[in-house]
Design a protein around this ligand. Structure first.
Ligand SMILES: [Zn+2]
Length: 325
């Protein structure tokens, strides 16, 4: 097993008061025309370094380039850095903000100037071991927009980009970072597409207005995406209505780290990093399933409506009648 080096760098603690004003965060990709390349909560299939999991943050384009400056989204201090080529996150900076949240910047190629000397010397000393370095509160203060590292593809990244997470460590959850970046990340050009429907595991035509089932339970799955001019993004809200009543709701606002590896509970087969089959049933409690009131026995006839929505409130719906054979 790989050796993990934990370092606690303790300097003098500076007692300073910082304001707790709740302000919008800055984009983490600095001086660069960036855009969203992955949404919060997308499916990530198992790869060499990981099992299948939820995407706990958002990704921003660096035009496939390493070395693009990555900046602190708001004021705070560096709480920790990770140096590990073999982890999902790669080289990572963790910043504790004055509002209490932790921001995480992953897949970096290198760290900011104030950390580069430390990085070089630790790399020399510990080589390829995983190194986690913890700093004392407020020792390394960073300002909103200050460069803390440079884009790269360390860890599990297919191309250089910026992965940003916002965590509430007390609740052990990741929060959708777009909630903090609404001033900067406007709705991308594109449209929501409903691409497929499965009823009890069998794919049916989305053009059909009547679907049949046997037995008492109906497990539905919907294949949908936000197709932009550049990529396919995961959706924000998926709702199932039966006879006008909301019975099931998935919302990608917060994901518990307890659910990190439970992505296969929510996503159906053939899901991948850009194709999402959302299961509209769950045998388990999941933090993203906000409502689960499916009938124990489905009525012999019902009017079904599935509504899929992106973060910016654009939606599309699929309506059909569900009949017991
Ligand atoms: Zn990412």
């Amino acid at each position: 097993m790989k050796k993990v080096i934990l370092l606690f760098i303790v300097f003098s603690i500076i007692f300073t008061f910082y304001s707790f004003a709740s302000v919008s965060y800055f984009l983490p990709v600095k001086n660069f025309k960036t855009y969203l390349t992955s949404a919060f909560g997308e499916y990530r299939p198992s790869m060499t370094k990981s099992v299948s999991h939820f995407h706990m943050g958002v990704d921003f384009s660096t035009a496939y380039r390493s070395g693009v400056p990555i900046a602190a989204v708001t004021d705070g201090y560096i709480e920790k850095i990770d140096i590990d080529d073999d982890d999902i996150y790669g080289y990572t900076v963790y910043i504790r903000h004055d509002d209490g949240y932790l921001s995480v910047y992953a897949h970096l190629s290198k760290f900011g100037d104030n950390l580069s000397y430390l990085f070089e010397s630790l790399k020399k000393e510990f080589g390829k071991n995983r190194i986690e370095i913890f700093f004392s509160p407020n020792e390394i203060r960073v300002k909103k927009g200050e460069i803390i590292g440079f884009s790269g593809q360390t860890g599990e990244a297919l191309a250089p980009h910026c992965h940003l997470e916002i965590r509430d460590t007390q609740k052990n959850i990741a929060i959708n970072p777009l909630n903090f970046l609404s001033d900067f990340v406007t709705a991308p050009k594109g449209d929501i597409r409903i691409l497929g429907l499965r009823i009890n595991g069998r794919e049916v035509s989305i053009a059909d207005k009547i679907h049949y089932f046997t037995g008492s339970l109906v497990n539905m799955e919907i294949n949908a995406t936000l197709k932009t001019d550049r990529n396919s993004l995961g959706l924000y809200k998926i709702e199932l209505y039966m006879d006008g009543v909301l019975v099931y709701q998935i919302l990608f606002d917060e994901i518990s780290f307890d659910d990190f590896e439970a992505a296969d509970v929510l996503f159906g087969r053939n899901s991948n990093a850009s194709n999402y089959w959302y299961k509209l049933y769950s045998p388990e409690t999941l933090s993203v399933v906000k409502l689960n009131k499916l009938p124990i026995e489905f009525p012999s006839e019902s009017a079904v409506k599935i509504v899929v929505e992106d973060f910016w409130g654009r939606s599309k719906e699929l309506k059909f009648r569900l009949l017991r054979r």
